[in-house]
Ligand binder design. Structure first.
Ligand code: UDP
Length: 236
């Protein structure tokens, strides 16, 4: 039987991916389909840490009239809403999970403790990291890069609505070309919309490959885990 090529991964799920076609909030069918896909790789004994975004509810930088730090804290709270929804969907599928937040809210979830997170992973629990890095002016992509380095993950699976990285926006330009692989430095120099520069630099410095792929097609996470080249790989 074919085996996964990764043992420990960080799966970054953007808020947008949870909204499905609704464009805002959480679409239950989309959430269910994502949870099914996560269970599929969990059943293959892959250790999975998830970083969730919040853009389906709130994105700090979109609120120009608001104090940026305040707007960003609101964005971090949005990621907690998504984390709890994901936890619920996974536990409905008998997948054991723990949510850890970068901002303490003990009635809702555990605080982020690195060694505890690693222990959960070793015990086969899916760990969901919420509230980003806990700091304004950062993104959940940076949180994914940071957590991946901290827990020694082999790869970041960057799950998006689009199925990879293109040379222009494929929604606007039908002739946009998809890259199968890219260097970190190209992403930085060409300002390709893979991750923000802080997150990309962190991955480059720590040699963590990023695989960008579309999560809204069922079975895609498994394909990536099995080594199928379905999206865009970013490495050095
Ligand atoms: N955010 C933040 N610090 C972090 C992570 C997130 O301030 O470490 C805030 C920021 O306002 C961001 C929002 O939370 O816009 C939601 O996260 P993000 O935009 O990364 O979500 P995604 O685009 O992946 O849905």
């Amino acid at each position: 039987m074919q085996k996964p090529i990764y043992k420990r991964v960080v799966l970054k799920i953007s808020g947008e991916a949870l909204a499905g076609n609704k464009g805002f909030g959480i679409d239950q069918d989309t959430l269910n389909s994502i949870a099914d896909q996560i269970k599929e790789i969990h059943d293959l004994n892959v250790e999975i840490a998830i970083v969730v975004g919040g853009g389906n509810i709130w994105r700090g930088r979109d609120y120009k009239e608001m104090d940026r730090a305040t707007a960003d804290y609101m964005g971090m709270l949005a990621t907690v809403i998504n984390a709890l929804a994901l936890q619920d969907a996974l536990e409905n599928r008998e997948v054991q999970t723990r949510v850890q937040t970068a901002i303490e809210m003990r009635e809702i979830a555990e605080p982020y403790i690195r060694r505890k997170a690693i222990r959960h992973l070793e015990k086969g629990r899916v760990v969901i990291f919420a509230a980003g890095t806990g700091n304004p002016f950062f993104s959940t992509d940076t949180a994914a890069a940071l957590r991946a380095a901290e827990i020694d993950a082999e790869v970041i699976l960057l799950a998006k609505k689009v199925d990879g990285v293109y040379d222009s926006d494929p929604v606007i330009n039908p002739t946009a070309q998809k890259f199968t692989s890219l260097d970190y430095i190209d992403v930085l120099n060409k300002s390709l919309g893979v991750m923000d520069s802080t997150a990309t630099s962190l991955c480059m410095d720590n040699k963590i490959p990023i695989i960008v792929f579309g999560i809204n097609t069922p079975g895609n996470i498994k394909k990536v885990i099995m080594g199928e080249n379905i999206g865009t790989t970013v490495k050095g």
